[in-house]
Design a protein around this ligand. Sequence first.
Ligand code: NI
Length: 149
Amino acid sequence: MNNKLLGDTMGTELMRIGVSLPNTLLDKFDEIIEKRGYSSRSEGIRDSIRSYISYYEWMGDIKGHRVGTVAVIYDHTKRGLSNALADIQHNYSHLIKSSVHIHLDHDNCFEVIVLDGDGEEIKELAESIMALKGVKFSKLTTVASNEKI
Ligand code: NI
């Protein structure tokens, strides 16, 4: 049995899981949870998973006419990645109004893609980019195009 029952908090069973992470990622995570004052690494991980879930649930609500951006940081030296990113953008060229590319350092690029079109297609485009190996950061932001701010 992998998952061990640890206790009961408000009717929710706590499950123990084992996760393998690169040490650099864990060091960075520990640094952040210490700064933010989390009492334990588990608490930080629970919070991160909640944010991850709410972000993807939020993505599920992107419908109708939207304007937005996808910001991406990726390693252009990863074989095939630049081509894969270009292929995706050509497949959705009807949504893309503009893009900005900054060469961050020897390996890393920062790209912001400006979008205007169907929300579900915008989400598809963003998910295709996020799924690429070598993409280190990606963030989708959208707003309903008729929303008054
Ligand atoms: Ni570049």
